[in-house]
Each structure stands twice: as structure tokens, then as C-alpha cells.
Design a protein. Structure first.
Length: 313
């Protein structure tokens, strides 16, 4: 196992400790970055093509020509994965993160030999610490808290475009964590309808069926889509509709979905128990179905990572 990971930076592979964005990059000036986070299960990337396609919708919308076709981006991603594979101990899954910006602003062109061009980075990072921190949460569930900060309306910045202009998510986290340091922020729109978490989508379970906010003003998560497909295969009714905080208060179960952790039960909401206050049967059934689909026991994996993280101090 080698320890130095390698990052794809605009056509070259550089040591992770050397990889970076210029201080003159539009990424820093405007948060002008389209990004993706994909993860592996048993070392294989999950729905990589869906992530790359979403990345390219964002790039088209922002008029960033990154110089690679989607096929070339996929090939560069697979090469990045293979170059980094020796850095990960057997059984350690990792995330693959794409960050693509317009590149340094034209005003600073003289700093850059050969002119300015978009900045494309692809890096791999072990999921050890991320999932270690969530090992107990899978069993106990997390506390969803609605912060005062609202989602930015889709007509202003479309959340379907996965971008790094995310200051309102950070404000939401800070506000929710004032209520409970462990809370997960759950955002609402201007009308008070639920939208999503600050890096996740949200579902409630009512009378055995799933309800989730409409795809209108949220990031259409790859995990959300996979959960909808799994639920259908299990014969569970699913509806996308406007949801109010009232619908969480009266739900039997609730959960968040996102690439790194996949399905996370939410057992508390604004200081109240959701349903029985523990991960419910439908959520557990979906988690089990997910484990079978990817051939990884997610809770066991998170616990193993927690032990590794503790052993490393
Ligand atoms: C705002 C937001 N919503 C939802 C998600 C979940 O998307 P996915 O399942 O594709 O990871 C993310 C992921 O980072 C996100 O940032």
C-alpha cells in the first residue's frame, strides 16, 4: 500500500499535497465550480456515468467548456481511480470528487504562461473518517432540525446544478447545530415546504409508503433515484409531493439519502421523536435492500472504519 494519493489536475497527475486551485480562479472569486461526489462499493464506482452526466448538465448551464467530452472525463476518472487504488487498504471504499471551474479570471491572465483555461480536478479520498463518524448514527438515527435559513429558490440558483456556491448550506448547518451540535439541517423553501439537507435528500415514511419533496427545487440525488427504484422493486408506494414540517411530525419514519452514507435514518425532528424514535421497519428494509444491491453491509463497514479510526487515534 502506498500512502501518497494522486490527483488529476487539468490533464496531469500530481501528488495530492501539491494539487490546488489558483487564488485567481473563478472558483474562489465566485464559487464558480461544478462538482460531483461519487463513491465506490467494494472498490467499484457506483453509477459513475449518472454523476458525470449531471456534471455535464452543470457545465453546459454555466457555459464552462472543460476541454473533455463526457467519455474522456469518465476515462480520466477511471485512470485516477486505478492510480489511487494502491493507496487504499483492501476493503476501504473511497469517494471520487470532481471539481471543475472556469479557471483563473481573465484579468490575471499574465500570471499564467499559455493563458487561462478551465481547472479540472479529480481526487479520491477514503471514506474511513466520514463513515466512522456515522457508525452509531446508522443505528440510532440523526436529529433533523429546520434552520431559519431557507433554500435559495430554484429561479435564483437552480439546486439541480451541483455547484459550490453553498454558503447558505453552511449557514444552515451553523444554525441547526446551535440547536443540537449533532443536528442535520433540513431546509425549507420560501413557502415552508421541505427541500433537502445540506448534502442530502430527504424522505418520510407514512402508512408504509415513501414521500419525498418534488424534484423541482432540490438536487436530484443519484442516491434518491436509486432509493426510489429500490422502493419500487420492493413494492413500496412512492410519491413526490410538497411536504410540510407537519408531515415529518406525523410521519412513521424519516431518512436522509446521499452518496457517501446512502441511507441515514432521521429519528428526531425539531426536538421530537419521529414515529417511535428509532429506525423504522421500512427504512431498515431499504437499508438492507441497498446492502444487497451493492454487496456491502453498510453498518458493518462504518463500524469497521470506526475501529480503524480509533486505532489510529
Ligand atoms: C444539496 C444536496 N442535495 C442532495 C444530495 C444527494 O445527492 P447524491 O445522492 O447524488 O449524492 C447532495 C449530495 O452532495 C447535495 O449536496
Amino acid at each position: 500500500m502506498t500512502s501518497q494519493r494522486t490527483v488529476y489536475v487539468s490533464g496531469e497527475f500530481v501528488a495530492e499535497s501539491e494539487a490546488g486551485f489558483s487564488i485567481f480562479d473563478s472558483a474562489l472569486m465566485y464559487g464558480d465550480v461544478i462538482f460531483e461526489t461519487t463513491r465506490t462499493f467494494n472498490g467499484q464506482p457506483f453509477r459513475l456515468r449518472a454523476h458525470i452526466e449531471r456534471l455535464y448538465v452543470g457545465l453546459r448551464t454555466l457555459e464552462i467548456d472543460c476541454g473533455l467530452t463526457a467519455d474522456e472525463m469518465e476515462a480520466a476518472t477511471l485512470e485516477t481511480i486505478e492510480r489511487n487504488r494502491p493507496c487504499f487498504a483492501d476493503g476501504t471504499d473511497f469517494q471520487i470528487v470532481h471539481n471543475v471551474s472556469r479557471g483563473p479570471m481573465g484579468l490575471y491572465e499574465t500570471v499564467f504562461e499559455g493563458g487561462v483555461k478551465p481547472t479540472v480536478t479529480i481526487n479520491c479520498w477514503p471514506l474511513t473518517w466520514h463513515l466512522a463518524a456515522l457508525a452509531e448514527a446508522y443505528v440510532e438515527g440523526v436529529h433533523a432540525v429546520i434552520p431559519a435559513q431557507r433554500s435559495v429558490p430554484a429561479r435564483l440558483i437552480d439546486p439541480k446544478i451541483k455547484n459550490r456556491s453553498r454558503i447558505y448550506y453552511q449557514i444552515s448547518n451553523l444554525q441547526a447545530q446551535k440547536v443540537d451540535p449533532e443536528a442535520w439541517a433540513l431546509l425549507t423553501d420560501e413557502d415552508g415546504f421541505l427541500t433537502e439537507g445540506t448534502g442530502s435528500n430527504f424522505f418520510v415514511v407514512k402508512d408504509g409508503g415513501l414521500l419525498t419533496p418534488e424534484p423541482r427545487n432540490i438536487l436530484r440525488g443519484v442516491t434518491r433515484q436509486a432509493v426510489l427504484e429500490l422502493a419500487e422493486s420492493l413494492g413500496l408506494a412512492c410519491r413526490e409531493r410538497n411536504l410540510e414540517p407537519y408531515d415529518v411530525m406525523t410521519a412513521d419514519e424519516a431518512f436522509f439519502t446521499s452518496t457517501p452514507f446512502t441511507i441515514m435514518p432521521a429519528t428526531r425532528f425539531n426536538g421530537h421523536d419521529v414515529g417511535a424514535g428509532e429506525p423504522g421497519p421500512v427504512t431498515r428494509r431499504l437499508m438492507k435492500a441497498w446492502d444487497m444491491m451493492v454487496e456491502v453491509d453498510m453498518v458493518a463497514q462504518a463500524r469497521a472504519y470506526a475501529r480503524q479510526a480509533a486505532a489510529r487515534g
